[in-house]
Design a protein around this ligand. Structure first.
Ligand code: SF4
Length: 710
């Protein structure tokens, strides 16, 4: 029997069907080494992906049995080897350490760094443990590095988080505006859908904004290869022309928004000649983009880390949303600002309160009424939840540097590869007095910094729900046993909660009971999900929120043109760009931009163990424009040392006109385990958006030094 589930890689959230290796009367499915493996195919009945699947989803089962952490392990100090222990020993040590650290250093010395790989149930129980019972908001997730600027942008412009669009809009739009997203490689199934529709409909326009000529840009009618960091100039320049030409929706602006007058004044100072010069594009291309925006009845924008990973990430998100508001492109089919999530359940994390400034049900830590609602629901005394946001991802690193962190609990993520400024990150991790690392795999780069290792069950081994980028919730059942004594993340958090004395708060029979509790906290909230129970998901299949109890799922938000602000109107906000936090200069004359490759995922924890993907992308390279290569004497394949103010790497050169002059590109996947000095985040810096706390991983200043063979 095939089991229906969800791909555990990216936020597209494709439906999968997994069949067991051995079916009576049929040949056993085996990998190239002859090991029996589960056969995985696209689920044709899943409405988000309609049976399509990319190489990552198709090969997921090959990673399941390799290098798994099967039992808890411990050591007293980092220079000792790990020794195998029982769960009881490991949990006793963790609980003892949490108790004494809280007593000596206070509740805010406890931190948890989680992951968009969590199921929503894992996220929810972690919030209850940290924010409710342990009285610290120091829970953050790797989503902070991925899409927290989109969260801030939506909240500030529209009154609450939540991408308002759905994938059907890809086939209903007149103009798709893709900025800061290499969708063809990073969200391939979404892009295929858009590409097929675009090819069939000659009048539909596809605009791609990216300093690189990616596979996404190659499919575009118009590729705007702007200089890194000039996104706000470009979007204000488009707004200037729309306003000048009268291609705006005055009725929508008057009736559904506030702040347009101030915004209109700011965009006045973005004439096309100035914008084109700043962005490094032609005036004609800028005008073409503005004309397509203004003359299309339905404009859909897509973006991901190219806008979000910026020291002005929230401003970039809001500047893009401004374009939708001034042209009335929201709340209707084929139109809207649609941010794409990187992780498979980053959306579920947002719903369950899985960042340091939010609480379950799209509530805010800073909002007193929200805190009281959650405390009451959790059976805690008023005042239990701290009114201040906790430490964000990078602030935890700073907390370690300042000896403010006593217990660091890392789960389902690999910060020793994915954080910016890795030298500094690793030095901070070394200072941690007590680190718990909970993961499915061992070894990983982060495990090197742990005192306790806890084996986690993963995809196919635990039951829970995940929400994809179009707000669609899928039930992901367990259909294989977890290896050794590995447990679901939420079960581990709940067990620690009970051992800390919160028996009532963590008395759950199973993950269905966890979801049943969580969805009550979404009642009458923008992410309402009481109509999305396990029972309904089993019967009806994946469902989109908002969906009230007994109600129908809503494919789009804001169809009534009422936003989640107190007066129901969306907010314009005007921004001038500050440019890159670390612009190139005489000493470091190039801008390094980092990104992802089609086959690999994050820090190679899974895909590094899949032969087909390793063959597809055997090594990290650095992309250099031929003009720059010639000036520096770099030839194809030559080893190039890349230096920033923080560290250095070495990559073979890939000389290509697909990158703009003065910019170089390296993939971010490779950690210390997988290559020699190919950790791109050795070079990046942690300067973050002051509103979202998302670091500017996308751009830093570097210099290139060709390495002459000895
Ligand atoms: Fe998985 Fe994303 Fe590929 Fe779909 S597009 S199969 S969700 S990695």
């Amino acid at each position: 029997m095939a089991h229906k589930t969800l791909c555990p890689y990216c936020g597209v959230g494709c439906g999968l069907e997994a069949s067991p290796p051995a079916v009576p009367g049929k040949a056993t499915n085996r990998d190239k080494e002859g090991r029996p493996i589960w056969k995985v195919m696209g689920d044709k009945s899943h409405p988000s992906s309609l049976g399509k699947v990319c190489v990552k989803g198709a090969t997921i089962s090959e990673s399941l049995d390799k290098n798994r952490l099967k039992t808890p392990m411990m050591r007293e100090s980092l220079d000792e080897p790990f020794r195998q222990v029982t769960w009881d020993e490991a949990l006793k040590r963790i609980v003892g350490k949490i108790k004494t650290t809280r007593l000596v250093q206070g509740p805010h010395s406890i931190c948890m760094y989680g992951s968009g790989q969590f199921q929503t149930e894992d996220y929810y129980i972690a919030q209850k443990l940290l924010k409710g019972c342990l009285k610290t908001n120091n829970f953050d997730a790797n989503s902070r590095l991925c899409m927290s600027s989109a969260v801030s942008g939506y909240i500030q412009s529209l009154g609450s988080d939540g991408p308002p669009c759905c994938y059907d809009d890809l086939e209903l739009t007149d103009c798709a505006f893709l900025i800061g997203t290499n969708t063809a490689e990073c969200h391939p199934i979404i892009f295929n859908r858009l590409r097929v529709y675009h090819k069939k409909n000659k009048d539909v326009k596809l605009i791609v904004v990216d300093p690189r000529k990616t596979q996404t840009a190659e499919a575009a009618d118009l590729h705007l290869a702007i200089k890194p960091g000039t996104d706000i100039d470009l979007m204000n320049g488009i707004a200037h022309l729309l306003h000048q030409w009268g291609l705006i929706d005055s009725v929508f602006i008057d009736e559904q928004t506030t702040g347009f007058v101030d915004y209109a004044q700011v965009i006045e100072s973005y004439p096309p000649e100035l914008v084109a010069r700043n962005c490094g594009i032609s005036v004609e291309d800028l005008q073409q983009a503005a004309r397509w925006w203004g003359e299309s009845k339905r404009v859909l924008s897509l973006w991901s880390m190219g806008l979000n990973q910026s020291s002005e990430g929230t401003a970039k998100n809001r500047t893009l949303i401004n374009l939708h508001l001034m042209t009335g492109n929201i709340g209707k089919p084929g139109a809207g600002p649609f941010s794409l999530t990187g992780q498979p359940n980053a959306m579920g994390g947002r719903e369950a309160g899985g960042l340091a400034h939010i609480l379950p049900g799209y509530r805010l830590v800073k909002n007193e009424q929200h805190r009281r609602e959650v405390e009451k629901f959790w059976g805690l005394t008023p005042g239990s939840i701290n009114p201040q946001p906790g430490l964000s991802a990078w602030e935890m690193i700073q907390g370690l540097e300042q000896d403010r962190v006593g217990v660091l609990w890392i789960a389902a993520t690999n910060p020793a590869v994915s954080m910016p400024d890795l030298e500094r990150t690793k030095a901070a991790l070394l200072r941690s007095p007590f680190t718990i690392y909970q993961d499915a795999y061992y070894p990983t780069e982060t495990a090197e910094f742990a005192h306790v290792l806890l084996p986690a069950a993963q995809w196919s081994e635990k039951t829970g729900t995940m929400t994809n980028s179009e707000r669609r919730v899928t039930l992901c059942p367990a259909f294989r046993p977890a290896p050794g004594s590995a447990r679901a993340d939420w079960e581990i958090f709940a067990e620690v909660g009970r051992r800390l004395g919160f028996e009532q708060q963590f008395d759950f029979a199973d993950s269905e009971a966890v979801r049943n509790e969580f969805i009550q906290l979404t009642a009458h909230r923008p992410c309402e999900q009481r109509g999305i129970t396990y029972e309904i998901l089993r019967k009806e299949g994946p469902r989109q929120w908002p969906c009230a109890e007994g109600g129908e799922p809503q494919p789009r938000m804001y169809t009534d043109l009422r936003f989640n602000t107190p007066d129901g109107r969306a907010r314009f906000a005007a921004f001038h760009s500050r440019g890159l936090a670390e612009p190139p200069d005489g000493e470091y004359p190039f801008v390094l931009t980092v990104g992802r490759l089609y086959g690999h995922w994050h820090t190679l924890t899974r895909t590094g163990r899949i032969d087909k993907i390793q063959k597809m992308h055997p090594e990290a390279t650095i992309e250099v424009h031929p003009y720059d290569a010639e000036k520096l004497g770099i030839t194809e394949g030559m080893m190039v040392e890349v230096r920033s103010r923080r560290g250095w790497c070495r990559f073979p050169a890939k000389i290509t006109k697909n990158i703009t002059k003065g910019t170089v590109f390296a993939p971010m996947h490779w950690g210390a385990m997988w290559g020699d000095r190919t950790e791109a985040n050795m070079l990046t810096h942690p300067e973050a958006c002051p509103t979202s706390g998302q670091p500017e991983l996308k751009a830093c200043a570097v210099r290139l030094i060709p390495v002459t063979p000895e």
